[in-house]
Design a protein around this ligand. Structure first.
Ligand code: ADP
Ligand code: MG
Length: 245
């Protein structure tokens, strides 16, 4: 038996291309995300952030190029072996299931044993302060609590890579600030490689190790927040992140 090839990059995108009909929405995307990095995909609405995330997740098929996760081409991996979890903007909780059932739903589907499900549920609930809410339905929760359930559901998968698509956009400004810190702390504590989508430059700059600024389906700049502030690659970048001209 041979071990999976070692690679410093949790995610590598080579010449990725995606079109819908005759419209190309991702042009020749190259990207590397080192293991344990917090990568933010930033850019205006319609620039292709969600599409790129969905291609990484294998929810959309690329029309060209490759997605390589931990050295392995995603096209050759069954979904359960990709090592990914995902949090959506809408949270996508099941309204008819209680919090505990929502959190372990994916584990049940993957036939994780009951004792192991219970153990992971307890850990995630404690990490996110959900212990007293486990019997409630999503409709009996605030927006912030629903968000925590969505995060808990991603965490119990114990996948090394987590993808989040504008997870805070339905929350008010105060809660958004709290949840930014909470997500960042969680990512560090669990050592996750994160790809986090937002159109909010303040959110991107405050959370990211690496900011990937997109425009019209291509990458305008890929750098640390400090580098982007100091040396924006174009007038578009400077104006989008609001650096002085
Ligand atoms: P963002 O997440 O940055 O707002 P999207 O990835 O959602 O951008 O969309 C990028 C472009 O692709 C947009 O022009 C959008 O209209 C188009 N698009 C996204 N999904 C589809 C789809 N399923 N069919 C056709 N066009 C799509
Ligand atoms: Mg989007």
């Amino acid at each position: 038996m041979t071990a999976a090839p070692a690679s410093a990059d949790a995610i590598r995108l080579d010449s990725l291309r995606k079109q819908f009909g005759s419209t190309t929405v991702l042009h020749d995307i190259h990207l590397r995300a080192a293991r344990g990095r917090f990568v933010v995909l930033l850019g205006p609405s319609g620039c292709g952030k969600s599409t790129l995330l969905r291609v990484i997740a294998g929810l959309e098929r690329a029309d060209g190029g490759r997605v390589v996760l931990d050295g392995r081409d995603v096209a050759e991996l069954p979904p359960a072996a990709r090592g990914l979890s995902m949090v959506f903007q809408s949270y996508a909780l099941f309204p008819h299931l209680d919090v505990a059932e929502n959190i372990v739903f994916g584990l049940r589907a993957r036939r994780v044993a009951a004792a192991e499900r219970e153990a992971r549920l307890a850990r995630a609930a404690s990490l996110l302060g959900l212990e007293k809410l486990l019997k409630r339905r999503p409709s009996q929760l605030s927006g912030g609590q629903q968000q925590r359930v969505a995060l808990a559901r991603a965490i119990v998968a114990e996948a090394p890579i987590c993808l989040m698509d504008e997870p805070l956009s339905n929350l008010d400004a105060k809660l958004r600030g709290e949840m930014r810190r909470e997500i960042r702390a969680l990512q560090q504590r669990l050592g996750l490689t994160m790809v986090y989508v937002t159109h909010d430059q303040a959110e991107a700059m405050s959370m990211a190790d690496q900011v990937v600024l997109m425009r019209d389906g291509h990458i305008e700049q890929d750098a640390t927040p400090a580098e982007i502030y100091a040396r924006p690659a174009s007038a578009f970048v400077a104006s989008f992140i609001g650096t002085p001209p």
